[in-house]
Design a protein around this ligand. Structure first.
Ligand code: SF4
Length: 303
């Protein structure tokens, strides 16, 4: 495949599992845009795009795929928290996607806990019935101290309430956890409280990313000021182990687990909680062989 069906406003991001999806920009940027570690939308001002323009793009994308002779099976609404868009715009976008791409079986969207809390239960149910089927939530951490540290904009309670609300409306939820984000100082709390939130929400999908420090971001500056101590390779593995250990008692759930993002040095996958004993064995093997004191990113001791 070459070219692009739509003239996107870049930079453009989507979850790894949406790499083959039709991307539709309902919003630009992120309505929060304050998380200290995130540089994705620093260059963009949050904007809800005119829905007529979005519909035009969906129509022209259809023509493009007709020429290519194959069609996407999934669609994803961008940018960073497109669930924040007015409900009627989301309806229209999903309906038009379904109309012009009957091959599409699932439409996904990034959301913050705030977006989920701001929509009524009826709105969420109607959006789900219309075909918006999966929400990707950056939980990052289940610890209020960590969420405050990284200026996530929502508390642990918001994360739980928003996630349970979206599940109740019929959505699947994919939760993202950030390894290392709490630094060495809050690592233990990050692991135990994140595992607790995961056990309460029981997400359909759970993924681990490793915190990547963006030079000169607020997060980077906190590291340089000594407020956050980055984790070594070995400590990151221990975090992965501790969170999985904490999830062991998640009875009656079946979460698809992935820790194979490009940021992760040690890829893992499985079904939770079923595969936890096997995953822990693998992690124990890696931890025993991992040298002390090596860092995945810049070596901050040198600064
Ligand atoms: S909510 Fe997501 S997109 Fe927005 S600033 Fe935070 S991490 Fe970045």
């Amino acid at each position: 495949m070459f070219g692009s069906p739509i003239d996107y406003d870049t930079p453009l991001f989507r979850p790894p599992s949406e790499s083959e999806s039709l991307l539709v920009q309902v919003t630009l940027g992120c309505s929060h845009n304050k998380c200290t570690y995130c540089g994705m939308y620093r260059t963009k001002k949050y904007l809800e795009r005119p829905i007529e323009k979005v519909v035009e793009e969906i129509k022209s994308a259809r023509k493009w795929f007709d020429k290519m002779g194959h069609y996407p099976r999934k669609a994803f609404l961008c940018d960073g928290d497109a669930l924040n868009a007015p409900t009627e715009n989301l309806f229209k976008a999903v309906r038009e996607i379904k109309k012009y791409f009957p091959e599409i079986v699932r439409v996904g969207v990034y959301a913050t806990a705030q977006n989920m809390l701001d929509k009524s239960e009826d709105e969420l149910k109607e959006l789900c019935d219309a075909g918006l089927g999966i929400v990707y939530l950056g939980l990052e951490s289940g610890s209020d101290k960590v969420l405050k540290l990284i200026v996530k904009g929502n508390t642990r309670d918001d994360m739980i309430k928003g996630s349970l609300k979206i599940k109740e409306a019929g959505f699947k939820i994919s939760m993202i956890v950030m390894l290392g984000v709490a630094g060495r100082e809050l690592s233990k709390e990050h692991c135990s409280e994140t595992a607790e939130v995961v056990k309460i929400v029981r997400p359909d999908f759970l993924s681990f990313l490793t915190t990547t420090v963006i030079p000169d971001s607020p997060y980077d500056r906190m590291i340089k000021k000594g407020k956050i101590s980055p984790l070594t390779h070995r400590e990151l593995l221990v975090e992965m182990r501790d969170i999985l250990c904490g999830i062991e008692g998640m009875d009656g759930a079946r979460s698809i687990f992935r820790a194979n993002h490009v940021s992760n040095q040690f890829p893992l996958s499985g079904i939770l909680p079923r595969d936890i004993p096997k995953l822990l064995l693998t992690l124990d093997g890696w931890i025993s062989k991992c040298p002390e004191g090596t860092y995945p990113e810049m070596d901050y001791r040198m600064l």
